[in-house]
Structure formats: C-alpha cells, structure tokens
Write a protein that binds this ligand. Structure first.
Ligand SMILES: [Zn+2]
Length: 356
C-alpha cells in the first residue's frame, strides 16, 4: 500500500495561515486570497487556472494507471460587509455579506476596500442611552462604518471585513477568517505534498458564504469520482459549571478534525465516512464526528453536480465563528491534515464498488 509520510505543520505553514487569515476576501471579492493561493501553488500544480467566477482550479496528476479523480475543496471567501451608500463625512451605510449576527457589530474595527482603509462600526455611547435601550439590539439600518477623514477613498460596492490580526498564543490560533483559511492552508499542503495514488483536483472556491456558488461550477468542470470539502465548523464547547457534561456541543476544540455524517445540505457518503473513521482508528489520528445542527459546506453543492458525486465534509473546529475573531487549536489543524492525507493515500477504486 502506498503509505508516504503525511505533511506536517511548522512555522512556514503557520506563517502562511497568518497571511491568509489577515487577507480580506469577502464573498465575490476574493482577489487578495486568490493571489496568495496562486503564488503558493504555481510551482506544484501540473495545471491550474482561474475560472469565470474566480475559483482557482488546480490539478496534481498521479502516475498510477486509471487513478481515482478526487476533488478537494476549500472556500476562499469570508463573511463581511458591502458598502451600499455614502452618508458623507466619512460615514457609510453597509449590508452584511454572509451569516453575521448584528449583535456582534457595534464597536468593532473594520477595514474597507482594496486598500484596507481603517474604519469602525460605531455605537451610541452608554452615557446617551435611554432607559431600556441597552436591552435592545441595534438594527443594522442604524449602524454605519465610520472611516473618519478617508471617505473619498471608499466606493459603493467596496467590501469590508473585521480588522482583527492573526495571533498564535501557545496551542491556540486567533484570527478573523480561520473559517476557512484553515481549509485553504490545508489543501495547499495536500497539493504541495500529494499522496500520489490519485489525481488530486483541487478547488479554491469563491462565494461559499452566500450559498456555495463557486464550488458548484468547479465540481461540474472537474467531474470527479469523489469529493471532500474542507472547511471550519463552529465549536460550541464552553464549559458548564455544574459538573454535567456539556451536551450542547457541536464540536470540541482539541478533539481533532470533525467528520460530517450529515448537515443541512448533505448526507455524507457512508463509505467515505467509514473510510475516514477507519483511517483515524488504524493510524491513531484523533478525530470527532460533528454533531447535527444547522449550517453546511460546499459538499452540499458538490454532491448534486452532474449525475451526483459521493461526497463528505471534514472541518477544523473553531469557536466564535462569523464574529470578529475565532479561536482554533493547532493540534486540530494538524490532525485534520494528517487524517485527510492518510485517508487519501489509502483510497483506491474499490471504494466505489463497496456496499454503502
Ligand atoms: Zn466556512
């Protein structure tokens, strides 16, 4: 059996994640991340191109006879904002792009447009609030992005993101866009160090956060035998204080990569779920099963392309997703990469004829 050594995560990979997490790529405007991706893959891909929607499609060929064609996807885009109107004097009205809870917005630093112009989403000072007002959510219509004196540089249609800078503190990683730059960095590693037994069809996709739009056309184009979507999923694992186990968690930090059995848009192919879990058990790679709940990944779009594609999703868990900062564990990222690499290295055509 083909059993090469899985890639590992060291300072170079963490530096790449930092660059990716700090870059701004709100859905539909993924240029900053696409540029980094193209730079990273150009020396390693056998073929690559940017398609009509802005997806990066890259191929790493196997030397094997009739290799399986396996698509691995990670979305490049992140949630954020779009400037929709100019109120003058540096104040701009905005809309949300992707799923964001408005309650997390007031008082946050943001960056606007291609030049990353600094701004802030302002809120009324507590001194001026009236009785009962602090208990109510501030409607989006009442919020503005304030860029001070730089108003002339901001245009309608510009995107904005939270201005959080990436940090590593011990075993933890903090960043504004770990969803899904963790996935992007993971599939860059797989493309750079491929297992060799399969044709790797690698998709860095656009517009996932507004409905998995890019992955759909990329999967159509590649026409794969199987697909893996690599994403980041919420970890709702804060402790409870009465000694009972937290039954509410979706995934937990520190428990490894999360395999999806099902989500709002996909029933994972059971053969791929078993293959991943068996790989983890055989090689003692920690993993967890993501618990049912809302949300989904690009696998939900990919598995319905053409005549259907057996698909599964695997995610690195992180806390506080779709807010200004999320927190992940280095070990979970490492274990996700090792699990994926090892599972891909053990794949062959027989999986397609196995009973479900
Ligand atoms: Zn995501």
């Amino acid at each position: 059996m083909n059993n090469p050594i899985a890639p590992t995560i060291g300072p170079a990979q963490i530096a790449l994640l930092e660059k990716l997490s700090n870059a701004c790529a709100v859905s539909g405007d993924e240029q900053q991340v696409r540029k980094i991706v193209l730079e990273e893959i150009k020396a390693h891909a056998d073929e690559f191109h940017v398609d009509a929607l802005g997806n990066v499609l890259a191929l790493r060929k196997s030397n094997a006879a009739k290799p399986l064609r396996v698509l691995i996807d990670a979305h490049m885009d992140e949630i954020g904002f779009m400037i929709v109107d100019d109120d003058k004097e540096g104040l701009f009205r905005f809309e949300k792009v992707g799923g964001i809870d408005e309650r997390v917005l007031p008082g946050k630093s943001v960056q606007v447009g291609k030049d990353n112009i600094p701004g802030v989403i302002g809120a009324k000072p507590i001194h001026l609030t009236e009785e009962g007002e602090t208990g109510r959510k501030i409607p989006l219509e009442a919020l503005r992005i304030d860029v001070g004196q730089a108003g002339g540089k901001v245009k309608i249609g510009d995107r904005a993101t939270f201005a959080t800078r990436f940090r590593q503190l011990g075993p933890s990683l903090f960043g504004k866009a770990l969803d899904n730059r963790l996935g992007v960095a993971t599939i860059i590693e797989l493309l750079t160090n491929p297992p060799g037994n399969i044709d790797l069809q690698v998709v860095f996709s656009v517009q996932e956060e507004i409905g998995a739009r890019g992955a759909r056309v990329a999967a159509y184009s590649f026409n794969p035998d199987l697909a893996f979507a690599i994403d980041s999923t919420p970890a709702y694992d804060l402790p409870v204080w009465d000694d009972e186990e937290n039954a509410g968690y979706n995934t937990r930090l520190g428990a490894g990569g999360a395999i999806y059995t099902a989500d709002a848009g996909l029933i994972s192919d059971p053969r791929l779920v078993r293959h991943l879990a068996q790989t983890g058990e055989d090689l003692h790679i920690p993993f967890q099963f993501r618990q049912p709940g809302g949300g989904g990944t690009n696998a939900g779009a990919i598995h319905r392309v053409r005549a259907g594609v057996p698909s599964v999703a695997v995610s690195v868990p992180s806390r506080y997703q779709h807010t200004a900062v999320s927190v992940a564990r280095l070990s979970d990222w490492e274990n996700t990469l090792t699990l994926l690499y090892s599972a891909l290295a053990r794949l062959d055509r027989s999986i397609l004829s196995t009973d479900r």
